[in-house]
Design a protein around this ligand. Structure first.
Ligand SMILES: Nc1ncnc2c1ncn2[C@@H]1O[C@H](COP(=O)(O)OP(=O)(O)OP(=O)(O)O)[C@@H](O)[C@H]1O
Ligand SMILES: [Mg+2]
Length: 343
């Protein structure tokens, strides 16, 4: 059965009228699950807050909100100085979470990320000292500058939501969102992420240069770090976790699921593709489309929601032959060719 949220019919992300600075859900109560309307209100409050910080890049803001609502890790690929760190900080602040930042560099050891077991002389016991990955929101700057074994230490934490140190598994705080950045320019001293690592990012985006008008706003102290200082939380981590659950229950009818799967499967047979998108990507595409629907004030997913998230969900996972290699263009082409289910 289709359910419009009480907030109204879907008209696109961030279109709700008045959104309180902090949405009064009672979500901290154990077992409480926010309604679709409450989840939509938080999503739009997140969107509005981030749009006031990261100026002139609505697509990147939408992808960041979708990552938060779907509980997906986010990869931001872009050149220096375009607002990657500011976006990550803004997202953590609005979600009421402390941001843990890890700077990628060639000497970064797995234990610098996950933590170490140390001998406590006063008690005569071995104690685990958690590393910076033990946080709700982790910013991993310049991930491709970290050596492969540190990258692979992140594989378990990103997928399993736990880390294993000296044979003991430690659960990470939930929700757990990794935002990793990498600079596509200047490959010297970098270790390109392996396919399995890329597949663990639910979404990828780039921010890009703002236009001249927005850049002028920035130099006149609007948005960016100045807006960040004034930013407040719209929820807290327990509420955020419940909003993820509500989002995951948005209705997906069989033709829409089949459409998402058809898009994913087409990536595997495209002529220039050496590695197509995985079933994990298909799941991620539906989760993201659910989040996009909630952000658009709807409790059900349409084919347009799937299309809206397909590039961000699939492009970074594709391995494409040589010079043909633009995953985004290929996904756009696939969207244009795969038949869309009619309502
Ligand atoms: N579109 C934008 N909106 C808001 N602020 C921006 C934007 N682009 C750049 N800035 C501003 O530029 C400065 C640098 O931003 P930030 O530190 O987030 O860049 P970065 O992409 O993380 O760079 P690096 O790759 O060097 O870490 C900040 O003051 C930030 O506010
Ligand atoms: Mg940065």
């Amino acid at each position: 059965m289709r359910t419009e949220t009480e907030a109204g019919t879907g008209t696109g992300p961030g279109t709700a009228g008045q959104v309180p600075a902090r949405v009064p859900t009672t979500g901290s109560a154990v077992g409480y699950r926010p309604t679709f309307a409450e989840a939509s209100a938080v999503a739009q409050a997140l969107h509005d807050s981030l749009s006031g910080v990261l100026l002139g890049t609505p697509d990147a803001v939408t992808v960041a909100v979708v990552a938060a609502l779907s509980g997906s890790h986010l990869l931001i690929e872009d050149v220096p100085g375009v607002g990657k760190t500011v976006l990550a900080r803004a997202l953590a602040t609005t979600l009421g979470a402390k941001l843990s930042r890890i700077q990628g560099h060639p000497d970064l050891l797995p234990s610098d990320v996950t933590g170490i077991t140390v001998f406590a002389q006063n008690t005569g016991t071995w104690d685990f000292r958690p590393g910076p990955v033990f946080a709700h929101v982790v910013l991993l700057d310049e991930l491709n500058r970290t050596p492969p074994r540190t990258q692979s230490a992140l594989l378990e934490s990103m997928e399993e939501q736990q880390v294993s140190v000296d044979g003991v598994s430690w659960p990470l705080p939930r929700p757990h969102l990794v935002i990793a950045t990498q600079n596509p320019v200047g490959q010297l001293g970098t270790h390109p992420l392996v396919e399995s690592q890329l597949d663990r990012f639910g979404l990828s985006t780039s921010i890009g240069y703002p236009d001249a008008e927005v850049e002028t706003q920035l130099v006149l102290h609007h948005g960016g770090r100045y807006a960040l200082d004034a930013l407040g939380a719209v929820c807290d981590p327990p509420q955020w976790e419940q909003i993820i659950e509500t989002t995951a229950s948005a209705e997906v009818v069989a033709p829409v699921a089949e459409y998402a799967v058809a898009l994913v499967r087409t990536t595997r047979s495209a002529g220039t593709v050496r590695l197509g998108a995985s079933p994990r990507a298909a799941i991620s595409l539906i989760r993201s489309a659910q989040a996009y629907a909630i952000l658009s004030n709807r409790a059900y997913v349409t084919p347009a929601d799937v299309q809206a998230m397909a590039v961000a969900c699939l492009s970074h996972r594709l391995v494409i032959d040589g010079a043909a290699g633009d995953g985004r263009e290929l996904v756009r082409h696939i969207i244009a060719t795969v038949p869309v289910p009619q309502p």
